[in-house]
Design a binder for this molecule. Structure first.
Ligand code: KG4
Ligand code: ZN
Length: 334
């Protein structure tokens, strides 16, 4: 029997809707909220309001692009968490109301699980079991993916997420929000070995990124005290060196996890998987260590509803539906 699912993502500052028909993505519309730029970060209250304004046009466009009418839908999926409570509430309430009106089931989706399952939208697809380095603005995890809906977190950050470290470093250098992609762009013309930033070694497969922020702050203070133009004169080299340190921190633990589990199917997922340095380093590791590396398309790295849709597809096949009492879970675990 045909399944046609409308999926909604509203966990942070992107309002997105996608339609998936029998496991094939038919549309994926993303409205990125520009309102946060002048504040230098996401303002939760403004994110909720922007979701409220965007959700109907975004859903209408997703249905139109997919050439699907509401009455053809067999389920509605939404991101239940993790994310901002007010932002999640908009997607959750919208999905529940629409499904109630259409008398069809709802499916709740974990945002981090969806980042990982984005690898099953297109080919090539990783084989189970695989390791996934999930790197976003809110998370940094090494996940053992045993099956579509069976995942185990092997290690994670004990403080800041790596996306946060990119964004905060960019902010310290005076770059506008969102800093991660811009730092990446500037780093491409710089020397990654010009400056050294610490690679913090945590126990097991865990990470820590708060120390590097302090060391960047001290580095900037010390150097600008001697030369006020230091940052502008060396921006590309500073960006490249920071990026290098962040990537080295990630890859150090990923390599140990791969060696200790004996798994060579390795994926990356989440917003930071758009980073050009990380993508290149993954390809180098693939050659050096015989890994099969899976890197998502740019469209599926940062937040999008297509990844919610593909996850919902597997939950639909498993008959895994939510109750109308479902509510957002801002700290939802994998
Ligand atoms: O997955 P995502 O869109 O949202 C969350 O679930 O958090 O990830 C957003 C994060 C932000 O911190 C952003 O700066 C970072 O991903 N990011 C990047 C790049 N593109 C996005 N960081 C470094 N280099 C990039 N090219
Ligand atoms: Zn995300």
């Amino acid at each position: 029997m045909t399944s046609i699912i409308l999926a909604i993502e509203s966990s942070c500052d992107d309002t997105s809707a996608a339609v998936i028909k029998d496991g094939k993505i038919c549309s994926n519309i993303v409205a990125t909220q520009a309102v946060h730029e002048k504040y230098g970060g996401v303002v939760p209250e403004l994110a909720s309001r922007a979701h409220e304004q965007n959700i109907i046009p975004v859903v209408s466009q997703a249905l139109l692009t997919a050439n699907i009418t509401k009455s053809e839908l067999t389920a509605v999926a939404f991101t239940r968490g993790p994310g901002l409570l007010g932002a999640l509430l908009v997607g959750c309430s919208f999905a529940k109301a629409l499904a109630l009106g259409l008398q069809i089931p709802i499916i709740e989706v974990n945002h981090m699980q969806a980042h990982i399952l984005a690898h099953f939208i297109d080919d090539p697809k990783p084989a189970f079991p695989f390791l996934c380095l999930t790197v976003s603005g809110g998370h940094t995890q090494i996940v053992l993916v045993k099956d579509f809906l069976q995942m185990e977190v092997l290690g994670q950050t004990t403080d800041d997420a790596v996306g946060e470290a990119f964004d905060k470093s960019a902010k310290l250098l005076g770059l506008p929000y969102p800093g991660g992609p811009l730092l990446d762009k500037i780093a491409q013309t710089g020397n990654p070995h010009k400056y050294t930033f610490p690679i913090v070694n945590m126990p097991g497969y865990d990470f820590s990124f708060s120390g590097i922020k302090t060391s960047i702050l001290n580095f900037i203070k010390n150097n600008t005290a001697q030369n006020p133009e230091f940052i502008t004169q060396n921006l590309a080299d500073i960006c490249a060196s920071i990026q290098q340190a962040l990537i080295a921190t990630l890859l150090k633990k990923l390599l140990i996890a791969a060696q200790e589990t004996g798994i060579s199917e390795i994926a990356i997922a989440g917003g930071v998987s758009a980073n050009s340095g990380l993508r290149q380093t993954m390809q180098q590791y693939a050659k050096k260590y015989g890994w099969n590396v899976y890197i998502p398309d740019f469209a599926y790295c940062t937040d999008n509803a297509a990844m919610i849709a593909i996850t919902a597809h597997y939950k639909y096949l498993a008959g895994n539906f939510a109750s109308q009492l479902a509510s957002p879970d801002p700290r939802m675990k994998l």
